[in-house]
Each structure stands twice: as C-alpha cells, then as structure tokens.
Ligand binder design. Structure first.
Ligand code: FDA
Length: 328
C-alpha cells in the first residue's frame, strides 16, 4: 500500500500532467469528487448539497503557484466565488490554501491577500477556513492566523492529528472554530505519528479536547465511521449540544453516510473543491485510499472516449512505480 501511496503522491506533484489536465475539463472520475470547473456549475453543486440539509465549504483548486500574479489570480477567483455565493444566498464558505495565495512567495503579500478574502466574506458574516498543508507551511500559516484573529472573528484553521504537537495546538485554539483532521501529507517520524493506530488515537484525543475544553466550534473532518461513532458516544455522555460541532466529509465520499448523519440530526458540511486545476487533488485522494480507483474504472467503462486517456494514466502509474522501486 505504501508504494501505491507514494506513486500517487509522486503523480500529484507532476507539473506536466497537472498542466495537461487543465485543458481537459473533469475526467477519469474526477467529476465525482470535484464540484465543477467554473462558478455556475459549482453553485449548482452547492445548491444541490444545501437542498439535502448540508452546509458546504468550497475550495478553489490551484497548484504550483510560483509568482505573485498567479497568486493574485487565485485570490480573485476565491473572491468571485464568495460574491456569487453571497448573491445566491447559498450556505457555503471558503476553505483557502495559503500557499495558493502566496505563502511561499512573500508572507506579508499572502497576509494581505487572505485579509482581502476575509473582508469580502465578512460582509455576510461568512466564515473563512485556512486549510493546513505540509509542516513547512504550518508555522507561517499560524503566524498569519494569529494576526488575523486580532482583527476578525470569522476565521479559523485546521489541526492535523498526526503531528506530535497537535494537542498543544488544539489547546491554543480551543476557543476558535477549528477543523480537526488526521493529516494528509507525508511527514517525517521526527514530526509526526506514522501508524494508523497512533494517528487515530491522537485524532480522538484532540477531538475530545476541543469539544470540552473551550468555547470553540469543532468540525470533525473524517470519513472514518469508527472515529465518528466514537465521537458521537463521547458527545452524548458529555451532553455536548449539536450546535457546538459538525461533521465534515469530502464531496463524493460516503454520501449515504453523510445523509444518514443528517437524518440522525447532526450538522454535516461537505468540502467541495472546484476549478480546472483538479488533477493534483484527485491524485491525493487516490493516494489516500487506492480503492478510490474504482471512480476511475467506472468513468472509463462508461465512456469509450476517454478510455485511451485513462490507459495513459494507468501506464504512467506503472512507470512511476517502477522508477520509484528501482530508486529504492
Ligand atoms: P481514513 O482514510 O484513515 O479511513 C479510515 C477508515 O474509514 C477506512 O479504513 C475505511 O474503513 C473508512 N473509510 C474511509 N474512506 C472511506 C470511503 N470513501 N468509503 C468507505 N469507507 C471509508 N488534511 C490536511 O492535511 N489538511 C487539511 O486542511 C485537510 N482538510 C480536510 C477537510 C475535510 C472536509 C476532510 C474530510 C479531510 C481533510 N483533510 C485534510 C484530509 C485528512 O487529513 C485525511 O487525509 C483524510 O480525511 C483521510 O482520512 P480519514 O479520516 O477520512 O480516514
């Protein structure tokens, strides 16, 4: 499984394939996990989810941002979507990756960009979440968040359970609206737990801590029914009101379970990525759970037109895997 994960992580970092996919529109099953490529189709997706009694957080997909003009374009795309959601009166808010708006180019420039996004959202009291990326981004992201929290009350972030310092971070932000996740990036043993057991244990610890120790709102973001059901049992024993937390899942994953949780009276928020830059996001989802490849298989068997392309992707996967194995 580790090799398969490495292959897909490797593919997600391939700029040539990323650039090529932008010209294609949503393909190979990506349309099942990405809400749309533009404002109109994404709004329709948001509206459908809202009609099922669920909230939405939308993520403007954008990878390999290397200069200020690209970062400015991404910031403008995010603000455009915020305004469209506000005009429509939809129930949705942005999740923003700071690297996309200049974190690794110039921290002050990034701060000004996110400030502008938060100000646009604030007009309708819309919340803005700062997604967390790899460890290199963590400290500067938290520096920016701390600065923003002095001025705004509609911003929060993500804490990744695999980091050894997750519990310390959760206490620091116990009064904020925080999304708790297991963590999606490859991190070294010096910084992060590696085994599923250790990560799950840390995850449940930070969920309990955030739910009981502060005044913040807790977003439990996972598809893991064991963690969700364990959290529900804990929530019930502690009499935690349902408006103090929610569950979050990615668009296209465990839809029936999402609906079941809504029926059981829990708040559910669906994370909807959108944009033409879907490729790396899609590869990361395949890395996380290779069973997601059935999305690719289904899309290919339905559509002869893209079979050749999918075979190309499969060939690349095999070649990249072989290259990795040879390097080991
Ligand atoms: P995991 O993948 O560990 O699965 C555990 C078990 O759950 C599986 O063994 C299986 O039994 C079941 N399961 C999982 N997926 C299933 C499926 N599709 N169908 C059926 N059963 C399934 N990460 C990050 O680093 N920074 C971030 O900002 C975010 N943001 C974020 C937002 C949201 C809304 C979500 C849901 C996730 C993130 N993540 C993230 C990603 C997160 O860190 C993590 O990598 C993924 O959610 C995968 O881990 P899970 O907790 O879902 O369970």
């Amino acid at each position: 499984m580790g090799v398969v994960r490495d292959i897909f992580i490797g593919l997600s970092e391939n700029k040539v394939l990323n650039d090529a996919s932008k010209q294609m529109g949503l393909r190979f099953g990506a349309q099942k996990v990405v809400g749309g490529t533009g404002v109109e189709d994404t709004l329709k997706c948001i509206n459908d989810i809202n009609n099922q009694g669920m909230n939405v957080t939308f993520d403007n997909l954008g990878e390999f941002i290397s200069d200020k003009s690209e970062a400015t374009t991404e910031k403008n795309n995010i603000i455009k979507m915020i305004k469209a959601v506000q005009d429509k009166g939809a129930s949705a808010y942005p999740s923003v990756k700071l690297s996309q708006i200049g974190l690794h180019i110039d921290e002050e420039f990034c701060y000004q960009n996110i400030r502008e996004i938060i100000e646009a959202a604030k007009k309708t009291d819309m919340f803005v979440n700062l997604d967390m990326e790899n460890y290199v981004s963590k400290e500067p992201s938290m520096r920016i968040l701390d600065k923003l929290l002095k001025e705004f009350d509609n911003v929060g972030t993500v804490i990744q359970a695999y980091f050894y310092d997750a519990k310390k971070d959760v206490r620091k932000y116990k009064d904020q609206r925080i999304r708790l996740v297991k963590g999606a990036y490859k991190e070294p043993t010096t910084l992060a737990y590696q085994s599923k057991n250790d990560i799950d244990q840390s995850f449940f610890e930070i969920i309990k801590t955030h739910l009981v120790e502060g005044e913040g709102f807790t977003s439990i973001a996972t598809h893991d029914h064991n963690i969700i059901e364990k959290s529900i049992r804990f929530i019930e024993t502690q009499n935690i009101p349902k408006d103090k937390f929610e569950f979050q899942m990615l668009y296209g994953f465990r839809k029936e379970y999402q609906e079941e949780l809504v029926k059981r009276g829990y708040n559910m928020c669906v994370y909807v990525p959108f944009g033409t830059d879907w490729y790396a996001y899609f590869m990361r989802r395949l890395a996380e759970r290779p069973q997601n490849l059935n999305l690719v298989v289904k899309s290919v068997t339905k559509s002869k037109r893209f079979r050749a392309g999918a075979i190309g992707v499969a060939a690349l996967i095999v070649v990249s895997g072989l290259v990795k194995l040879l390097k080991k």
